[in-house]
Design a protein around this ligand. Structure first.
Ligand SMILES: Cc1ncc(COP(=O)(O)O)c(C=O)c1O
Length: 443
């Protein structure tokens, strides 16, 4: 059975009565007119649909904590929606902690990750009652214990480890040690545990955490990851009589950005994870631990599209035809950063004959600011609205103000209703943090 992360478009995408593409029952041309472009559009039904896919797929294991990886998209409205769906949150900064807190999330269901958490960030996490901190290195262990001690608090932690496997879409590497900035190497775990048990009395260790990559298509890697984590839990019990009852396998499930991408379903990864976890529980003789998963991209990517308006065009003599849109690398950094490939359609011409191969260029002052290379589209003209699919994850969350362009607005659509969930920045927002020292001021 197909799950939502395997779709290219939001579940509600269709051609509406007036011949334009609509999502969530909203005509995208009308949305572009009402809210201006570039515009991030998030489809509520698609978010709820993938949440249901995950919950169903993992219902076969008795203790599962779904944590949405906020780095994929962090807004108050989407956090509130995902909390309604029963998700907790993996956060990586004060900003993400504060956003979910202000969205009314149960902070006990929040897990703080990151390889260089600051004193201020750890303090905020403790003060706001973040449920778990995944400690990444020896420096953080000591710092966190100091802060917890000064507040006379016990802090519940996991240890982030590098299991020696890593996967990015098609490549899957397995080594004894992984050259990674994240987490404790397998050979450093004992020293960390000894410190926690003997010196860092304000830290309570609950389990182990790993994350093996993103946009993963290769399901067997999760089985290998589980094996390493459970084997370590059993070994630590044997060596230190330490009962760890939580295992966090991270995120990583892939999505379909274009026709070439064939990501697995939530059922396929759940089967791999649960069956290997159950067999490892038996093999290593441990009590069934609570399973944490923290998907980001696969929860939110498919629900999002970005609307742009076509402006100028350029025909290179005997070369490419470029059409430029009013956004680009500042609202979607992935094509210029990772050569990520996206798919698009023309909102006001979804049924027109595909006539010409063109390149959709961004508006920013970098030659590399190309959104989609060589895409077959209908005849284009100024004012056409382009809909780029699968932009819900790592687009807004990586957005910048490059060229001092205001960040785009975001709307949530559902049942023919659209609501602003992030306002478009204004010119005054752009200068609101600027200060001119007195000596530079004109009289
Ligand atoms: C620790 C951790 N967990 C979860 C995720 C989410 O990964 P994805 O968006 O691929 O599901 C990431 C992404 O980098 C991560 O670093």
């Amino acid at each position: 059975m197909k799950t939502t992360n395997q779709l290219l478009k939001p579940v509600t995408a269709k051609i509406g009565e007036n011949g334009n593409i609509e999502i969530g029952g909203c005509d995208l041309v009308e949305l572009a007119q009402k809210y201006d472009t570039p515009l991030y559009v998030m489809d509520e039904a698609t978010i709820r649909s993938i949440c249901a896919d995950y919950k169903k797929a993992f219902s076969g294991y008795q203790k599962v904590n779904m944590m949405f990886a906020s780095k994929a998209l962090c807004t108050m409205a989407t956090s509130a929606l995902l909390a309604q769906e029963g998700f907790g949150f993996d956060v990586v900064s004060s900003g993400e902690i504060y956003t979910v807190y202000k969205a009314g999330v149960d902070m006990n269901k929040v897990l703080f990750n990151g390889n260089n958490k600051s004193f201020e960030e750890l303090t905020l996490a403790i003060d706001l009652g973040v449920g778990r901190i995944s400690v990444d290195n020896f420096f953080e262990l000591s710092l966190l214990n100091e802060i917890a001690k000064s507040k006379n608090k016990m802090v519940d932690i996991l240890l982030r480890i590098t299991p020696g496997i890593e996967c990015h879409t098609h490549e899957y590497i397995q080594t004894g040690h992984l050259d990674s900035k994240f987490g404790f190497d397998l050979t450093q775990i004992d020293e960390a545990v000894e410190l926690i048990l003997n010196e860092y009395k304000n830290l309570k260790l609950h389990g182990l955490h790993a994350h093996i990559g993103s946009q993963i298509f290769e399901t067997s890697i999760y089985g290998d990851e589980i094996e390493i984590l459970v084997k370590e839990i059993a070994r630590l019990d044997e060596k230190f009589s330490l009962k760890l009852d939580e295992v966090n396998v991270g995120g990583g499930l892939g999505v379909k950005y274009n026709d070439e991408d064939v990501p697995p379903s939530t059922y396929e990864i759940a089967d791999k994870i649960i069956s290997r976890l159950n067999s490892c529980i038996e093999k290593y003789g441990i009590e069934p631990p609570a399973l944490f998963i923290e998907p980001g991209r696969s929860i939110i990517s498919t629900a999002g599209v970005t609307l742009y308006t076509i402006g100028s065009s350029k025909q290179v003599p005997k070369g490419k035809t470029y059409f430029a849109v009013d956004g680009g690398m500042a609202d979607n950094a992935r094509p210029s950063m990772y050569q990520a490939k996206y798919s698009c359609e023309i909102v006001n011409k979804p049924s027109q004959e595909l006539a010409k191969t063109v390149t959709i260029a961004g508006r920013f002052c970098e030659s590399g600011d190309i959104l989609i290379k060589d895409v077959l589209l209908p005849e284009l003209e100024e004012g056409d609205i382009v809909c780029v699919y699968n932009t819900g994850a790592y687009n807004y969350s990586m957005a910048s103000n490059y060229n001092r362009v205001q960040k785009s607005a975001m709307v949530l659509v559902n049942n023919s209703q659209s609501d602003i969930i992030v306002n478009r920045e204004t010119l005054d927002d752009l200068i609101s943090h600027d200060v001119i020292p007195g000596r530079l001021k004109r009289d």
